[in-house]
Design a binder for this molecule. Sequence first.
Ligand SMILES: [Mn+2]
Length: 327
Amino acid sequence: MGVKMSDSPDPAIRFIEGRSRILVSTHVNPDGDGIGAVLALKWALSQRGVDADIIIESEPPETLGFLANYQWVGRMSEEAGNVAPYDTVIVADAPHTERLGAVKSLISDNAEILIIDHHPTDQPEGTARYINESASSSCELVYNIITAMGLSPDKDCSEYLYTGIIVDTGRFRFSNTSHTVLRIASELVKAGADPNNITERLFYHNTIETTMALGRMINSIKLHLGGKMATACYSHEFVTSEEWKKVDTEGFVNHALAIRGVEVAALLREVKPGVTRASLRSKNDFDVNRLANTLGGGGHSKAAGCTIEEDLSTAIKKLVKAVKERL
Ligand SMILES: [Mn+2]
């Protein structure tokens, strides 16, 4: 990748020093890693007497509601108009303030920005950066910051960080499951994180609508390219239904990827008429980040996403063609 790595927490620690009011945010449609990272950062900042406000654009997945002090996570819908612009901002789990959605409007023009991220990016933003593409998760980086600050995470903070790590490593299955992250997880369990409780709350706490939607997705799976690619999809009608509001599709695409011989899996949903979003996953060496880049999206080499300005069936055809050219 073109970006210079900043593989030390020192710039992040220097950035935090002497601040009084910091906005902490993460990307739109946040996941357990983004939410875990912002909660852990707020905890760490409060240990140093720094007042941090967490504000995110959209509603986080309700499965994360078990995390302690979850009410720290402010929504843009509640905060807009109530807060003065921030001069100091920490962005976690995203390389750019564009990924914050509407929260960007709370950042003053000459704000100082710290980026903490593990996504591959060519042009990250920020006056300070702690970016490491080989880290499992942003929570792994936040753990490094916290320990380099001389702090020991308490039980709550350990659970924030453990949550981000297990979400982004796919419960210690993905190729980013390094000995380093396993060592950190071990330290977090020692500090009070409860692996059984966190796993149950995250993965065994689905709504009935989520489980039924999984069935629907599995029934829609089709194989392409001699069985090397699998697609699954949700219609515009379904994703705009009342039922959909109670559905969390996190991890669904992996059921398509789990099929023997499949190297690339895509879960597509037509979010607006003629606009289809695709979640992409791969195994072996297929790089879905590069695939997504060609379609205007991005992510990681084995997990990425993009938006295709086509209806569902045309988007599937486009995606299959793009994969065919890269297989
Ligand atoms: Mn992440």
